[in-house]
Ligand binder design. Structure first.
Ligand code: AHG
Length: 335
């Protein structure tokens, strides 16, 4: 069987589905190229001098890893000059980054988490890059884009994806007509289509949650997890398994591949904060992928993709995965 490269796949999608304008196709290819560079850099590890932390915090108040900053720089450098973007925003940068005036501006806005799960880097576990693409507002070629322009609900994303740097490097993409996975062939330096039209399998009783926060959860979440833990003899009448990688992108990839659900719910450690994870960098792009793979994404009150963002770095409670299990969770969460 002949191998389908990312380029060929995108060109064929453009031709057959008509939902992939040339500028969006180019943007996806450029992001994929930057992810390739990030993958090679991560792979060098200690030999490349890229492990460890810097003595500085990001806008989220988290100590930055060297690779957080490197990955962020790769994505900016790759995307600034291509005439596909009007501006970009990163979890690692406080303010949006409009495309400098020396380059032509394009029709899209890019939002990304350059390295999700970065506490995994130094212990050689999976990390990933997550991205979300939206249309830039009309007239943004003539005026400076503002933060407000980015505050679009996830439903308006035109594409989303992630690269997972694990035992293999994989790229998972959606532009609104299914979810497709590619594996990096390191010898050739090419992304090869390996998972066409991914769908979250039903029936896998596996949940991902940081159980060390149990005492802080809401009564609804405690009841759901307690019922799962009660196993075959409990109200759910089945045994459940638990997995937690510390990297949402890796947990979502597992769910896409073999089913289950992921939860990072609101908890009372910081009652005024809706959750730990970020709506624009994690909730929305991974929510779009999960929905496109037949699953559901929920913030505890409404569907993730319907949440109206009010600030770029806003937090959100996250529950997403297999549709059947999400229906159960949504029943538990009903007031
Ligand atoms: P970061 O990228 O800042 O390391 O955060 C990772 C996120 C997410 O990927 C993961 O599911 C979660 O934080 C892990 O949180 P805990 O530290 O509570 O395990």
């Amino acid at each position: 069987m002949s191998r389908v490269s990312l380029t060929r796949f995108l060109i064929e999608q453009q031709r057959e589905c008509g939902n992939l304008p040339p500028q969006l196709r180019l943007l996806i290819e450029v992001i994929a190229r930057a992810c390739k560079a990030i993958s090679y850099t991560i792979n060098k590890g200690e030999l490349g001098g890229v492990l460890g932390s810097l003595e500085q915090e990001n806008v989220q108040g988290e100590v930055q890893k060297k690779l957080d900053v490197l990955a962020n720089d790769y994505l900016i450098e790759a995307n600034e000059w291509g005439a596909t973007l009007a501006a970009l925003a990163s979890e690692e940068m406080e303010a949006i980054h409009p495309i400098p005036h020396r380059y032509p501006r394009g029709e899209y806005l890019l939002v990304y988490d350059p390295l999700d799960g970065s506490s995994n880097i130094d212990v050689n576990l999976s990390v990933g890059t997550i991205f979300s693409i939206m249309a830039a507002p009309e007239g943004s070629a003539q005026r400076d884009v503002t933060e407000e322009d980015f505050l679009q609900p996830g439903r308006k994303q035109v594409a989303a994806g992630y690269a997972l740097y694990g035992p293999q490097t994989t790229l998972v993409l959606t532009f609104g007509s299914g979810v497709h996975g590619f594996t990096l062939d390191r010898e050739v330096g090419s992304w090869v289509l390996t998972h066409r039209d991914m769908k979250i399998p039903a029936g896998n009783r596996e949940f991902a949650i940081n159980a060390s926060n149990e005492r802080h959860w809401s009564p609804e979440v405690r009841r759901y997890i307690a019922d799962c833990l009660a196993g075959k003899d409990g109200p759910r009448g089945a045994n459940f398994n638990m997995r937690w990688t510390g990297s949402m992108v890796a947990d979502i990839h597992r769910i896409l591949t073999r089913g289950g659900v992921f939860l990072y719910p609101w908890d009372k450690r910081e009652p005024n904060r809706p959750g730990k994870l970020r709506l624009m960098y994690e909730g929305n792009p991974l929510g779009m992928i999960v929905e496109q793979a037949g699953g559901k994404a929920f913030d505890g009150h409404e569907l993730m993709l319907d949440v109206q963002p009010t600030t770029l770095h806003q937090r959100v409670a996250v529950m997403m995965g297999c549709a059947q299990e999400m229906d159960q969770i949504m029943k538990y969460m009903k007031p």
